[in-house]
Design a protein around this ligand. Structure first.
Ligand SMILES: Nc1ncnc2c1ncn2[C@@H]1O[C@H](COP(=O)(O)OP(=O)(O)OP(=O)(O)O)[C@@H](O)[C@H]1O
Ligand SMILES: [Mg+2]
Length: 401
């Protein structure tokens, strides 16, 4: 469930209103088929009249979530709580639980302009994009002081829960599923960076990658998204926002934002998926708090890379593919953004690696070719009993289809 709020870098960017509009749609295809309506500055009123979005009343959403019942909370973040609700597919009217379609309702609970700005940026960006790897925004509510967002419900919740939540409804993801999720999320980012769209996402992290029933990854949360540089500009200058542990070092240092800042964050998430460790974890032994700093020396070394790999994945991968994924993460994490690959190159590489993993079937024998058994680190305490069976997320009443 949501990252520690103090880890979220919050600063106001005085010139960013989130009002630059663009319209991109995809017809069931993948990341490379899109059409673009040129970006124009539009008023808030125009944005909220977007024909793709339903304007809900507050009472609609109160009924749909059964008065925002605490037991229907799907998660909590810096913006507010996310509730599970039910609406009629055609009329969008609230329905009884178990009938109609399930929605996720995010309710802003913070005061002030920053919250409104993030809410508006979400409506502005996500409301106009349609892509298989972006969460669908169904509508919004803007009534008095109320600010809510209504999304398609993602039955398997966030990648964060699947990687880090233990002893609950969430089972550790298998190697193949991790590659599938990494590939899906990469396609979402590649779409945002594409020439037609040119958006920098700025908040790529495991809690913003949501999973549908087939583990198709979709990005949510466009509150911090920004239009990329135009003309001959190399970057956008902005105050630093995002989440510690994921933000690129040059962006943190200078406020210069490029699509390569997202690539760095992608590298952090890829590393979290490989290792099963959080980007920042103060509960680890000293020297291991910062995942990138700790793991970097091992990532490019074929004989040492196994030290980084999640022990829960043992027997599921070939060292050859795992080393290549680790090497890809290392390149994404290059200090110099020019050495980081583009998201479209990352998609190509991951497509091959995912295919190789699928073709190799059960790779238990490959994994046993490791140089020597992985040492347990103090941080592996939670993994000591590999036979623990984690109930599937679908066992949770909240994540039931
Ligand atoms: N459409 C959805 N379907 C199912 N669960 C969702 C959906 N949207 C959000 N959630 C759940 O709610 C949690 C909170 O989401 P939210 O985006 O508000 O915060 P966050 O990403 O955890 O943190 P932050 O505010 O720092 O971005 C998610 O991690 C996820 O578990
Ligand atoms: Mg989020």
């Amino acid at each position: 469930m949501g990252i520690c709020l103090s880890a979220r870098i919050k600063a106001e960017s005085p010139f960013h209103t989130g009002l630059n509009s663009r319209s991109v749609s995809i017809d069931g295809g993948d990341s490379n088929s899109s059409s673009r309506v040129p970006s124009t500055t539009r008023s808030e009123g125009e944005i909220l009249q977007s024909p793709n979005l339903k304007s809900f009343s507050f009472s609609d959403l109160r009924t749909a979530t059964r008065n925002f019942r605490p037991d229907s909370v799907l998660g909590e973040g810096g913006f507010g709580s996310v509730f599970k609700g039910w609406i009629d597919e055609n009329t969008f009217a609230a329905t009884k639980p178990g009938t109609g379609v399930i929605i996720a309702v995010k309710r802003l609970n913070q005061e002030g302009f920053q919250g409104h700005r993030e809410w508006l940026a979400e409506v502005n960006y996500l409301g106009q994009f349609s892509h298989p790897h972006l969460v669908k925004l169904i509508g919004y509510c803007l009534e008095d002081e109320h600010r809510l967002l209504v999304y398609e419900f993602m039955p398997r919740g966030s990648l964060e829960n699947h990687l880090f939540r233990r002893g609950s409804y969430f089972q550790p993801l298998s190697w193949k599923l991790r590659l599938k999720v990494a590939l899906g999320a990469a396609k979402g980012l590649a779409f945002l960076h594409s020439a037609e769209t040119k958006v920098i996402y700025r908040d790529f992290k495991t809690s913003n990658i949501l999973l549908d029933s087939n583990y198709t990854a979709k990005l949510s949360d466009f509150g911090l998204a920004k239009d990329g540089p135009t003309g001959d500009k190399s970057h956008v200058s902005t105050r630093v926002m995002g989440t510690y542990g994921y933000a690129a070092p040059e962006y943190m240092a200078t406020g210069h934002l490029t699509s390569k800042s997202d690539v760095y964050s992608f590298g952090v998430v890829l590393l979290e998926m490989l290792s099963g460790r959080r980007a920042i974890d103060k509960n680890r032994p000293s020297g291991e708090h910062n995942l990138v700093e700790w793991a970097k020396p091992y990532l490019g070394n074929k004989r040492k890379v196994f030290r980084v790999l999640d022990t829960r994945l043992e027997g599921q991968y070939s060292m050859e593919v795992a080393s290549k994924v680790a090497n890809l993460a290392l390149r994404c994490l290059s200090k110099d953004p020019r050495f980081r690959p583009s998201m479209s190159d990352i998609v190509k590489e991951l497509e091959q690696l995912y295919q190789q993993s699928k073709d190799s079937g059960n790779t238990r024998s490959h994994a046993s070719n490791r140089p020597r058994p992985r040492r347990r680190s103090a941080g592996d305490v939670a993994n000591r009993n590999p036979s623990v069976a984690y109930p599937r997320p679908s066992a949770s009443p909240l994540y039931a289809k």
